[in-house]
Ligand binder design. Structure first.
Ligand code: MOS
Length: 638
């Protein structure tokens, strides 16, 4: 038995494995495998004819203006700085796992199932996460391996997945190949939209990369068809990566819209305005709150878009050729189920609060948001609110995924606070010696951390900590719960966030240097609970978008199937030197359909559309349409 990492490594190194080699298939040209019309995916059974209305083929054939192009996005690998890591500890038949997880409750359920344990015998703890981008949403093999090894050895086992292994065993974004056909009138009204996409998947699983998620509702078009196919390859499992499906999907459809605008000689913003839908034409229901046109308006103004001259290479500054491009974007807005608890505590002064929810902070500011929410309801200053997250011993919280954590926890935390306050008011009327002893709870109210008789106003208000002390209580707890809106099969309103990006690139043909030099991003994401954290999310997504457009791709070795560039030196991501000033603006249209505050999520939408805006800017500067990401210098060398 190895007691140290070094001994274990030495032992592993002498193990000789023999196996028959076969030639892997990592072909990059994707053709849909021969499969039935309805296929099983990780999420559910899915019809490959994803959406259809009118007669897209006939309308396309008759359209005065036609565009038919194919767009390719590469396999991208999540590279959070924090590696995947687990520490598994057994205490008798109870397993505790310290893991960097975007979903501790889901991980607990799966481990309990795998080890045949009751769910109460497994605890998963993720206090902090060095980011995840979707790569840490679901459990990977290292979690059960560490747990099994720890049980076998009778000792805690820590397992860290190396950067190189992360390219193989902890997921990646599927490569996609997407054919987009647009038919339009000479005035720019869309008459037909067809989006047929194929993505690669591993031999063993069926993750669905839903590139068509936004296609059927983003524009008004009477004739539409969205289909998908899959191509098996000898690669590791594909999985969600920031803005799964919609991000590669919108790259394709927004690129097609930009190309159509050029073909029509219409400004790309104008083309989108012409095709703005009045309702969600896929579901035939209104949007809860859609302000995409206001996004375009503000973005164009902040960017100075009206000064754009459309001819390729026609704009210059300081000896550099400028390229200006834009694109719109959207991302789902919904809630997962959530539970939370709120405590009001007597600390001997004016009182403190604690809010607890088994969701995670993946670097997005969830700790801060929960403190803000609890503070708003209880009147306890943010600095005096303790927040507990990332532990399955807490009330069950949502995944940190789909940009839904914030929207999901709002109603649960509010309900928990309301319940704590209701208990407090009962205590206030029941405790001997309480100033409210002879009152009924309904005569009292709670505001800014103080209790008073409604009819008397705040003059005789008493801090809640005083009431707790009179009642000889250290604390009072309330629990709250809220339901999911995600997955509702019959929604009355279509709930999404919207936004746009305006991008400037500079191009120096003499030395083939391309830079993104300016980005203006505008988001219609409901009420923003914390503008600083919100802006940070969008800036991060735009940085990732620069990587997506210009740098990121995973290459597979044709001989072995292994990822070749499986390290941070060769898998190039955007760094400070690649990133210009990013000017982020939020519109302020609270979406009350989502929760009482009208707050939608903002983690992922910032990455949607940005690659199409960048490639359009590249075309404007260089005259080259790159339809296979990432844009490489060799694409641009005449
Ligand atoms: Mo995001 S791909 O839902 O972590």
């Amino acid at each position: 038995m190895a007691d140290t990492f070094e001994t274990a490594k030495a032992a592993a190194d002498v193990v000789r494995v023999t196996y028959a080699e076969e030639k892997p298939n990592v072909d990059t040209e994707l053709k849909a495998d021969d499969e039935p019309d309805v296929v099983a995916t990780t999420f559910s059974m899915r019809e490959r004819l994803q959406s259809q209305r009118g007669d897209a083929d006939a309308a396309f054939t008759r359209a005065p203006v036609m565009l038919d192009q194919t767009y390719v996005t590469p396999a991208e690998t999540h590279n959070p700085i924090e590696l995947h890591a687990t520490t598994a500890v057994w205490d008798g038949s109870t397993l505790t796992l310290y893991e960097g997880s975007q979903g501790v409750f889901n991980l607990r359920g799966i481990l309990a199932q795998m080890f045949g344990l009751p769910i109460e015998s497994v605890r998963v703890i993720t206090r902090f996460l060095g980011s995840g981008f979707g790569g840490k949403l679901w459990p990977w093999t290292h979690c059960p391996l560490a747990a099994a090894a720890a049980r076998q050895l009778g000792k805690p086992v820590q397992l860290v997945v190396s950067r190189k292994m992360m390219f193989q065993t902890t997921g990646h974004r599927a490569r996609t190949q997407q054919r987009v056909r647009l038919g339009a009138t000479a005035e720019g009204k869309l008459v037909s939209l067809q989006h047929d996409y194929v993505y690669h998947r591993s031999v063993l699983d069926a993750h669905h990369e839903d590139c068509g998620e936004a296609t059927a509702f983003q524009y008004s078009v009477p004739n539409l068809r969205v289909t998908f196919g899959r191509a098996k390859r000898n690669v590791g499992s594909t999985v969600d990566m920031r803005g799964p499906g919609a991000v590669p999907g919108l790259y394709a459809t927004e690129s097609a819209m930009n190309e159509l605008a050029e073909q029509l000689n219409i400004d790309p913003v104008r083309l989108r305005v012409i095709n703005e839908p009045k309702i969600d034409e896929e579901l035939g229901i209104p949007f809860s709150s859609r302000h995409l046109l206001e996004c375009f308006e503000l973005g164009a103004e902040k960017f100075g878009w009206s000064r754009r001259t459309p001819a390729v290479g026609s704009m210059k500054r300081d000896g550099l050729t400028l390229g200006w491009g834009m694109a719109g974007c959207t991302w789902i807005a919904a809630r997962f189920p959530a539970e939370a608890s709120v405590q009001l505590r007597d600390d001997g002064t004016a009182g403190t609060a604690r809010v607890a929810c088994g969701t995670q902070d993946i670097g997005t500011g969830t700790y801060t948001i929960l403190a803000q929410l609890a503070s708003e309801k209880t009147g306890v200053p943010v600095g005096k609110v303790e927040v507990a997250l990332g532990d399955t011993s807490l009330p069950e919280g949502p995944l940190s995924g789909g940009s839904m954590a914030t929207a999901s926890v709002v109603p649960a935390v509010f309900a928990a606070a309301d319940s704590a306050i209701a208990s407090l008011l009962s205590v206030a009327t029941a405790a001997p010696g309480s100033p409210f002893e002879r009152r009924k709870p309904e005569e009292l109210t709670f505001e800014d951390g103080r209790i008073f008789v409604k009819a008397d106003g705040t003059a005789a208000a008493v801090p809640f900590a005083d009431v707790l002390r009179r009642a000889n209580l250290r604390l009072i707890t309330g629990s709250g719960k809220s339901e999911a809106t995600f997955g509702n099969p019959k929604p009355k309103l279509s709930t999404h966030s919207f936004g746009c990006h305006f991008v400037e690139v500079t191009w120096q043909p003499e030395i083939a240097r391309l830079r993104v030099s300016r980005v203006v991003t505008v988001m219609d994401a409901g009420r923003i609970l914390n503008p600083l954290a919100g802006r940070n999310q969008i800036e991060g997504a735009v940085v990732m978008g620069i990587g997506m457009a210009l740098l990121e791709h995973t290459s597979y070795d044709r001989r072995t199937g292994a990822p070749i560039n499986s390290n941070l030196a060769d898998y190039v991501v955007a760094v400070n030197a690649d990133v210009p000033p990013i000017d982020v603006h939020f519109l302020d249209f609270p979406d009350k359909e989502i929760n009482a505050l009208g707050a939608r999520g903002i983690g992922e939408i910032g990455l949607a559309g940005i690659a199409a805006a960048i490639t359009d800017a590249v075309h404007h500067a260089t005259g080259v349409r790159v339809r296979e990401l990432p844009v490489k210098i060799e694409h641009l060398l005449g």
